[in-house]
Design a protein around this ligand. Structure first.
Ligand code: G6P
Length: 614
């Protein structure tokens, strides 16, 4: 979390950085700030709250400069106020710095710097970095780039930083470890730096992704130079961005989340491209093809993820176990990494991550790798850290997801996992030819069925209106619909701030049933399939306590429709594919409830999309 953006070149830096910060606001919106170098002085503009607050504050000021750095913050150390906002200055105002990450040994460094006479203005861990660089530069009489390198040798933690200095007006110095940083190189000789490529794509498609412990100097006279922390020169690997600018805009929708919900027929289709052909009866995930036999032979597959991606893993567990008969364990990445897990060379660890940057997921993978496991990734963001450290992987191809609450990324992750399960099942012989063929055909029809579910929007909006004032909600499902229930509950609490819990339907009677009264909406995934009758019984148990039932049912199901207070029909499909379809109405319900409650749907309070801190 925290977004950083910087520019140096011939243009005015302020509009470029401001626009970049708006693109990166999904990474945090506790405060925003910019430092610009103009006529030999670094001027700081910082404001608590969203980038729009900074923009308003700056509106009547004459802000100029061809070089600058900007930051949008998700607070870790210190309250979200103007003082703690980045950039942070050195005492004499000659250096300013932005940072994404956490300096874990900041306390000892701070004490040391106070002994050297430094006075701290903020409560942030970041301010130690700027003073440390300043201290080293003055004591060792070295260049700013060298001082950054030496300073980082003393730092424990995660960082992506950009430093601007008065004494070197032609250059910016940047570095990363565990937090992402991309350098954009324009044909005009200007440079752009950012946490991801979205602030850069408008100006250039030529980018370099920095690796851990690399320090980059972008210099208007000398170009881009990269060294590692040990001072070995690194040849920059320039890549061509595949991202299109239109993908970063709302395209006529009121919110990014709504746009992304409606994009799902297309994003699922994009996920199929080149990987599925029902007529020719094949499915193939090219990225992991050479690891398939290893997956089949593996003692078990461990899946690690956080948040919504963790829910996708739970669906994947059902699919891989049921179709391919492979033993799967799903772990919260944050728990896995600190539990001394038993992992060895015969294990496969798959990380699932939209951003490909989640700190815990990344660390879980590094741990698995250090123990000799094969590590694979399922990521959405091309070129992200996870996609680069894994042995192999499959992109979800959902396109940029900007709404903080994940929607199309989830269905794309489930789609990739379905393709994976089918491919492995076929290869392993755990699925009959006829079942394989019928599932491929059914999978190919899913985007059209998603469209049909999206057409229920008006009905869903009406249901949302009935329950918008609820204070609690329960989501129930069984089998692979249990993770859908978890995801439905997460969506509601994330964006509408209604307390919601997802539960396996049968577990309800071991606790949550005590909460049920006539005020309590209970969302139940009650589609036709193995557990249908059992779920119907659970619905009766809720009804007996006067709970309100909102059921997701298979088209044409009269029985549950009659029992429920409201029913949303989804097209009939293979049971394994229900999670994709059943998720859509729950996304729309949360969206409408949040809008009706006046919540900021795209940027819910306290959340960030890319969680690059533990
Ligand atoms: C944050 C986001 C969630 C996301 C989770 C994991 O909490 O708000 O939407 O599911 O991180 O992110 P990842 O990028 O690893 O999927």
């Amino acid at each position: 979390m925290c977004g950083i953006v910087a520019y140096i070149g011939k243009k005015e830096a302020y509009p470029i950085i401001l626009k970049g910060l708006k693109r990166l606001e999904y990474r945090g919106y506790d405060s925003a700030g910019i430092a610009l170098l103009n006529n030999g002085e670094i001027n700081l503009y910082k404001r608590q709250g969203k980038v729009s607050n900074l923009e308003e504050f700056a509106a009547d000021k004459n802000i100029n400069g061809n070089s600058g750095i900007g930051h949008t913050r998700w607070a870790t150390h210190g309250a979200p106020n103007d003082v703690n906002a980045h950039p942070h200055y050195s005492s004499d105002g000659s250096i300013a710095l932005i940072h994404n990450g956490i300096i874990e040994n900041y306390d000892s460094l701070r004490k040391e710097l106070i002994n050297h006479g430094y006075v701290f203005k903020s409560e942030t861990d970041t301010e130690v970095l700027v003073h440390l660089i300043d201290d080293i530069r003055k004591n060792e009489k070295i260049s700013i780039a060298e001082a950054v390198r030496h300073a980082l040798q003393n730092v424990v933690g995660a960082y992506a930083i950009v430093v601007i200095s008065k004494d070197n007006p032609n250059q910016l110095v940047a570095a990363r470890k565990s937090s992402p940083l991309v350098v954009g190189i324009s044909n005009e000789g200007d440079f752009y730096l950012a946490s991801d490529a979205t602030p850069i794509v408008e100006y250039t498609k030529r980018v370099v992704y920095l690796e851990d412990e690399e320090i980059a100097v972008v210099d208007l006279n000398e170009g881009l130079k990269i060294v590692n922390i040990g001072n070995q020169e690194i040849t920059p690997y320039v890549q061509q961005l595949q991202l299109e600018l239109e993908a970063l805009e709302k395209g006529g929708y009121e919110h990014f989340m709504l746009k992304e919900i409606h994009e799902q027929p297309r994003s699922i289709n994009d996920c199929f491209r080149g990987r599925l052909n029902a007529d020719e009866a094949w499915v193939s995930l090219g990225g992991i093809k050479e690891y398939e036999q290893k997956m089949i032979n593996a003692k078990r597959i461990v899946m690690v993820a956080c948040g919504t991606s963790w829910h996708a893993c739970l669906v994947g567990e059902y699919l891989l176990e049921d179709l391919a008969r492979i033993n799967v364990e799903v772990e919260y990445a944050s728990e896995f990494r600190y539990r001394n897990p038993i992992i060895g060379e015969n294990d496969i660890v798959i990380a699932v991550s939209q951003s490909g940057e989640t700190a815990d997921t990344l660390a879980a993978l590094e741990l698995a790798k250090s123990k000799g496991a094969t590590i694979l990734g399922i990521c959405n963001v091309v070129g992200s850290s996870i996609s680069r450290i894994t042995d192999a992987g499959s992109y979800t191809h959902a396109g940029p997801e900007i709404g903080v609450a994940s929607t199309k990324a989830f269905t794309a992750q489930v789609t990739v996992l379905t393709l994976m399960a089918l491919s492995l099942a076929y290869k392993k012989g755990t699925i009959s030819d006829s079942k394989f063929h019928s599932m491929l055909a059914e999978l190919e029809s899913i985007p059209e069925k998603v469209k049909l579910v999206l057409e229920k929007n008006d009905l869903i909006e009406k249901i949302a209106n009935t329950y918008k004032d609820a204070t609690n909600a329960l989501y129930l499902g069984r089998g692979s619909s249990f993770p859908v229930a978890l995801e439905g509950a997460l969506k509601l609490k994330e964006i509408s701030y209604i307390h919601a819990e997802g539960y396996p339907a049968a577990e309800m009677k071991h606790g949550p049933i005590a909460l049920i009264d006539e005020e309590m909406p209970v969302f139940v995934i009650a589609t036709k399939g193995t557990s249908y009758e059992k779920v119907v019984s659970n619905i009766q148990e809720v009804k007996a306590r006067k709970g309100k039932i909102i059921a997701i049912v298979t088209e044409g199901d009269i029985a549950v429709k009659e029992m429920a207070d409201h029913a949303i029909e989804i097209p009939e499909t293979d049971e394994h594919l229900v999670p994709i379809l059943a998720t859509i109405p729950l996304q729309l319900l949360s969206y409408h409830i949040a809008v009706m409650r006046g919540c900021n749907v795209d940027q819910p309070r306290n959340l960030a999309k890319s969680v690059t801190v533990e």
